[in-house]
Write a protein that binds this ligand. Structure first.
Ligand code: ZN
Length: 233
């Protein structure tokens, strides 16, 4: 039996008994399930800590095979998401992607930081939603070890400067010579390869370009193939 104080973001919650909830948290130490007792009572100090998107310092007490939330210092609820359906939907997509890939007992500090920053951008900046989601997906791929290949053709290995096709199955761009034989590949518009390279290099906060055209649909498909699950958006 031990107590653990840890930063967490609520990915999922499930009602349990009359007033309790089972929370699934993303923490830098991996995914953790914890029972939150009495949190559905309007007077509970854990009321807001037991909602999706809640981020804070959770105190978890482990005993008898499961963890219980004993208290939480709430840092953020990303409240503005509640008032904007499109941003809420994008945020829920990010939570679900983290839920699908993070594992219990497997450290994931980069994924935790990426999720926290991306939710912050969605809730508190005016940045275009597709840009935020595409930036999230690119870095999500990178932190999970399947960064797309952007500089060289995934079929023949030739260097590519201005590719027009991306092969989501094989995880990267195709050169003009290989382009004809791959019908599954998705089109890349001019500048999209450069956009992805720059965002991977410096992050979307430092790469504010006018008329951005991020390949968001292509990246959604790419990630779905990598994690072998189609996450609803
Ligand atoms: Zn090629």
């Amino acid at each position: 039996m031990a107590s653990l104080t840890i930063q967490g973001i609520v990915l999922r919650r499930a009602d349990y008994k009359e007033n309790d909830r089972m929370l699934t948290l993303l923490t830098p130490l991996g995914k953790k399930d914890a029972l939150c007792r009495g949190c559905k009572r309007p007077t509970s100090p854990l009321l807001n800590a037991a909602e999706c998107f809640a981020m804070g310092e959770y105190v978890l007490y482990s005993g008898q095979g499961r963890a219980t939330v004993t208290s939480c210092q709430l840092n953020e609820t990303f409240y503005p998401l509640r008032g904007d359906y499109d941003r809420l939907r994008a945020g829920a997509y990010m939570l679900n992607l983290c839920d699908a890939t993070a594992q219990e007992g497997e450290k994931c500090p980069e994924m935790f930081t990426l999720l926290a920053r991306s939710l912050f951008r969605l809730a508190y900046t005016q940045r275009n939603i597709d840009v935020i989601v595409a930036g999230f997906l690119l870095h999500f791929a990178a932190v999970n070890g399947y960064m797309p290949r952007l500089g060289h053709c995934v079929s023949c290995g030739a260097e590519v400067t201005d590719p027009r096709l991306f092969d989501p199955e094989n995880g990267g761009v195709l050169c003009p010579a290989c382009s004809t034989s791959f019908t599954v590949a998705a089109p890349l518009r001019p500048g999209q390869k450069q956009w992805m390279e720059q965002v991977l290099r410096v992050g979307i906060d430092k790469y504010p370009a006018a008329d951005e055209d991020p390949p968001v649909e292509l990246l959604k498909k790419y990630i779905a193939l990598r994690i072998e699950r189609n996450i609803k958006y």
